[in-house]
Design a protein around this ligand. Structure first.
Ligand code: R5P
Length: 296
């Protein structure tokens, strides 16, 4: 940890900013923000910035574009006011799912975000459970991925689950890493389903397979719930296979539209997220992750 660091909580992550400052034992810098009548954003640091090492906390959950502009304003002002270094903690790094040009002519939006953050003057980036590690590999500044899988697992470990199985609802590399980690913390087994997404319609198909979950509790661990279809598909299959109770622990609970109803209708007992996306179900904090990363 850099002892002189000051934490700044951006508009999307005020509470998380406070938790990060507390976890690191660092001061929280006061700021002033507002929206002008036409919707434009205003930002001001109320403490001295010149020569300081800043840790800016701002998660980019919806509305992503507004939160991104707010973050860019904070970085720009810090650079302009001669901050010594600017470290970003962006638990939810929006646009990371558009990490390649899947269809001809597409914008690789994750790379646009990289170029904006670097261009405006960030020195280092920490994020949590990024969808694809390839996104961070393109960064020229140091860029690190942390995982909340262990924190989510600790939450479920308190529940006294019956012979739990930890499940990844797809077989992507990062998803498997997360369930391995969670299973280790819970001293449980893990497995995964295979899932395909139609690039044109967004339709998701999850493939059932034999799993010995009869009478057991299952915890689905994933990075994101957006439409809820990935979690709902997995839960439905698990219930058909005879799972007792199905839980979902997900880092970034975006929960768009009727996602929660869909998941509940599929038989999920409880959905738990982190304060990467603040909300009533965000019962786990990602503050300890950055504290551990900066102050190992
Ligand atoms: C993608 O593969 C991710 O790991 C998540 O499973 C996905 O983004 C969840 O999206 P949705 O809730 O819309 O199915």
């Amino acid at each position: 940890m850099r002892y002189g660091m000051k934490v700044v909580g951006g508009p999307s992550s005020q509470e998380l900013g406070r938790r990060v400052a507390e976890a690191l034992g660092l001061p929280l810098m006061e700021t002033s923000t507002k929206r002008f009548p036409d919707g434009e954003f205003y930002f001001r640091y109320l403490g001295g910035v010149s020569g300081e090492d800043l840790l800016i906390v701002q998660s980019l959950y919806p509305p992503q574009d507004e939160h991104l502009l707010e973050l860019l304003a904070m970085i720009h002002a810090a650079r302009d006011l001669a901050a010594d270094s600017i470290t970003l903690y962006i638990p939810y790094l929006a646009y990371s799912r558009q990490d390649e040009r899947y269809l001809a002519g597409e914008c690789v939006t994750s790379d646009l975000v990289r170029s904006l953050l670097e261009g405006v003057g960030a020195d280092a980036l920490y994020t949590v459970d990024i969808h694809s590690i390839g996104v961070l590999k393109r960064y020229r500044i140091p860029a690190y991925n942390l995982t909340a899988a262990g924190e989510l697992a600790r939450y479920f470990a308190e529940k006294g689950l019956r012979d739990p199985l930890i499940l990844a609802p797809d077989d992507e590399e990062m998803a498997l890493e997360r369930v391995r980690h969670a299973a280790e913390v819970m001293d449980a087994e893990y497995d995964y389903f295979r899932k395909e997404r139609d690039r044109h319609t967004g339709e998701i198909k999850t493939y059932a397979k034999e799993l010995s979950v009869g009478g057991r509790d299952v915890v689905i661990i994933d990075d994101i719930i957006s439409t809820g279809r990935t979690t709902a598909n997995a839960a439905r299959i698990l219930k058909e296979l005879g799972a007792a109770r199905v839980y979902a622990g997900v880092t970034h609970l975006l929960l768009r539209g009727d996602a929660l109803q869909l998941i509940e209708a599929a038989g999920v007992e409880e959905v738990v997220g982190t304060d990467s996306v603040p909300g009533g179900l965000s019962r786990v904090s990602v503050a300890p992750l950055i504290a551990e990363a900066l102050n190992p």
